[in-house]
Design a protein around this ligand. Structure first.
Ligand SMILES: Cc1cc2nc3c(=O)[nH]c(=O)nc-3n(C[C@H](O)[C@H](O)[C@H](O)COP(=O)(O)OP(=O)(O)OC[C@H]3O[C@@H](n4cnc5c(N)ncnc54)[C@H](O)[C@@H]3O)c2cc1C
Ligand code: SF4
Length: 330
């Protein structure tokens, strides 16, 4: 595997980066830590002749309990005592991303925007060529769900569910100015594994912002993966609970690693507000969520197993955060 030549651009401000993006429209990718993008380039997946590095843009840096800049390294988030104290679920999710080496380079923005994954896609050019290319790169059909319309590649980031459960917002800057939206709206729920984001071309992720209320939540993240030291999530469940266990004000659940986007389940968890989070009520929600999710066979573990584990992991994660000491009378 080798990296083809590309031209590297190094703007110093968001505005300069956006100007370059306008000039190079359709022929560039933004480059953050490169831990997701460059391995894909080495496999000749969706190459662009220009890379706009965000490394020198100081506005994208910094981590506090209110804000995380998009170019903040995952290791910096992991090492922030303020953030770990305020949002245990985020700290747990970050610690579970890849390896210490990847976390030293990989950024928060890159983690939110990492490419969706599929074992027919994350392969070398000759491997993909020998089977016949697919919709997501170079081809016109899907090998997972045989048809020519939709890609089912899986969203496999750990951070997005943890942030979505806490109702964090993402700030983006683009050709028409800046806007903020809930983290889960960064993803295109009506799209697929290719049309996976709601960003307009050229938009940059600037930062994550935590609402004041996030600090009052108890949060946790539980991840299923094959090799605990290394692998992408086959399922990642984030939960947050506000208020007393006997009568929680609000419960939020967000899940990644199963579908093309990280998904929240407010329609199920809203029913948990106002009454004790007993084992029976937690189980009812876990079963309802499990009925809704639709993993396909494009990661290591079979979809039926991932679905069954969804129920187990939702129960476990909610049980960990339902009360300060984790227990409530059934
Ligand atoms: C061995 C290995 C294991 C891994 N395991 C995991 C894992 O367990 N969990 C997990 O979540 N991830 C995992 N990853 C994926 C990845 O390394 C991390 O998600 C990392 O955080 C990506 O960040 P990056 O800065 O390197 O992104 P990059 O590779 O630089 O960029 C990723 C994408 O985001 C875009 N982008 C980056 N920043 C911005 C921005 N600010 N604005 C607009 N676009 C932007 C890029 O154009 C690119 O499309 C793994 C990677 C490797 C190599
Ligand atoms: S889900 Fe189908 S189209 Fe998408 S990457 Fe996999 S094989 Fe390709």
């Amino acid at each position: 595997m080798h990296l083809d030549p590309f031209e590297l651009h190094e703007p110093a401000t968001v505005e300069e980066a956006l100007e370059l993006a306008g000039t190079l429209s359709g022929k560039f990718d933004y480059l953050a830590g490169g831990t997701d993008l460059l391995p894909n380039y080495k496999m000749h997946i969706n190459l662009r002749p220009h890379l706009i590095s965000l490394e020198r843009v100081s506005e994208l840096r910094g981590v506090s309990s209110n804000r995380i800049g998009a170019m903040t390294r995952l290791a910096e988030v992991e090492e922030s005592p303020d953030l770990s104290r305020a949002y245990p679920g985020v700290a747990e999710a970050v610690r579970e991303v890849a390896t210490p080496l990847v976390r030293a380079s990989g950024t928060v923005g890159g983690n939110l925007l990492l490419e969706t994954r599929c074992f027919f896609f994350n392969q070398t050019y000759p491997w993909r060529q020998s089977l016949g290319f697919c919709l997501k790169a170079d081809g016109d059909r899907c090998h997972v769900v045989p048809q020519k319309e939709r890609c089912y590649a899986t969203f496999s980031g750990d951070l997005a569910p943890a942030l979505a459960a806490l109702e964090a917002e993402v700030e983006v800057a683009g050709p028409s100015g800046r806007r903020r939206m809930p983290v889960e709206h960064l993803y295109n729920a009506a799209g697929d594994g290719i049309l996976r984001l709601s960003l307009v071309p050229g938009e940059i992720v600037v930062a994550i912002h935590f609402p004041e209320s996030a600090r009052r939540a108890r949060s946790a993240y539980t991840k299923l993966r094959v090799r605990p030291s290394f692998d992408f999530p086959e399922l990642g469940v984030a939960a947050a609970v506000w208020g007393a266990a006997e009568a929680p004000e609000k419960v939020r659940l967000a899940i990644g690693g199963l579908e093309t986007y990280p998904r929240r389940f407010d329609e199920d968890t809203d029913a948990l507000a106002g009454a004790p989070l007993t084992d029976a009520r937690v189980r009812t929600v876990a079963e309802a969520v499990t009925r809704r999710v639709r993993p396909v066979h494009n990661t290591f573990l079979p979809p039926d197993y991932r679905r069954r584990m969804t129920e187990v992991f939702v129960r476990r994660t909610l049980s960990r955060v339902r009360a300060p000491n984790g227990s409530v009378a059934a």
